[in-house]
Ligand binder design. Structure first.
Ligand SMILES: NC(=O)c1ccc[n+]([C@@H]2O[C@H](COP(=O)([O-])OP(=O)(O)OC[C@H]3O[C@@H](n4cnc5c(N)ncnc54)[C@H](O)[C@@H]3O)[C@@H](O)[C@H]2O)c1
Length: 252
């Protein structure tokens, strides 16, 4: 991935951080995006640089169209290109570890989740596409979820709907952008050990572990390896796919 410029949204921690580190390890110049966790994002960049690789923090709220538009303008100004985009930023609000059922969900919470999880991916793809089209090269991975594919009692209606929306966005952008040599895919992780998963509570997670055939939770590295393959030049024929990464918890 030498000379490739990659943007990972929500990369200050968790899956995004692991993806950023893995891309950097493979030679990409990685733009580590986050919004509130500026200090943590900077630490990710320091980790990247400590390994002799290249990275930069770009703070932006990806649920804001204006922030994303400005971030892409800055990327164009600073690098003149964007080769790889990982739409990873996401939230899954819980209340004492559990979701609110649809009849109790605050509509404001619904709107926030749709903005952060789904609109962000549209904004980033929309504003990144011209940069990729100009170079006739691009790789995009949208981070969906197992909760987009099967019913889950864990995340709320907003989360499941946003992640299902990501699959629709993936298919359309994959179809529309493939003629420009821009390959778009989605991943659907199951239970991956991050702070998002921890918010569900230790006891509930222990029960859940029993439903994972491989006998362990996923790690951010499990996900990062797959993402890295999908955006590498090794992949030139997996297009518009949804790759399940769940230890066998859902076999579709
Ligand atoms: N952990 C899991 O079990 C799991 C399973 C399936 C899918 N996912 C998805 O993977 C992605 C990463 O999840 P994670 O587990 O690493 O979560 P996490 O909460 O550890 O990390 C999410 C990151 O996104 C950032 N972020 C949130 N809103 C943002 C915004 N508006 N702009 C920029 N950055 C923002 C946060 O600051 C944080 O650094 C999410 O899209 C999540 O839905 C996670």
């Amino acid at each position: 991935m030498k000379d490739r410029v990659a943007l990972v949204t929500g990369a200050a921690r968790g899956i995004g951080k692991a993806v950023a580190l893995e891309l950097a390890k493979n030679g990409a110049y990685v733009i580590v995006n986050d919004y509130r966790l500026g200090k943590e994002a900077q630490e990710v960049v320091e980790q990247i640089r400590a390994l002799g690789n290249r990275g930069e923090v770009y703070l932006a709220d990806v649920s804001s169209r204006d922030d994303v538009s400005k971030m892409m303008e800055n990327i164009q100004r600073d690098f003149g290109r964007l080769d790889i985009l990982i739409n990873n930023a996401g939230i899954s609000p819980k209340h004492q570890g559990v979701k609110k059922p649809i009849y109790e969900m605050d509509p404001q919470e619904w709107e926030t989740v749709i903005n952060v999880n789904l609109n962000s991916a549209f904004y980033c793809t929309h504003f990144a596409a011209p940069l990729m089209i100009a170079k006739r090269f691009g790789r995009i991975v949208n981070v969906s979820s197992m909760a987009a594919r099967v019913y889950s009692p864990i995340p709320g209606a907003h989360y499941c709907s946003s992640k299902a929306g990501i699959l629709g966005l993936t298919r359309v952008s994959a179809g529309e952008l493939a003629p420009f040599n821009i390959i778009v895919n989605a991943i659907a992780p199951g239970r991956i050990k991050t702070e998002m998963m921890d918010a569900f509570g230790e006891e509930r997670n222990r029960e859940l572990l029993k439903t994972i055939p491989i006998g362990r939770f996923g790690t951010p590295q499990d996900v990062a390896k797959v993402v890295c393959f999908l955006v590498s030049e090794e992949n030139d024929y997996i297009v518009g796919a949804v790759i399940d990464i769940n230890g066998g918890r859902a076999m579709l």
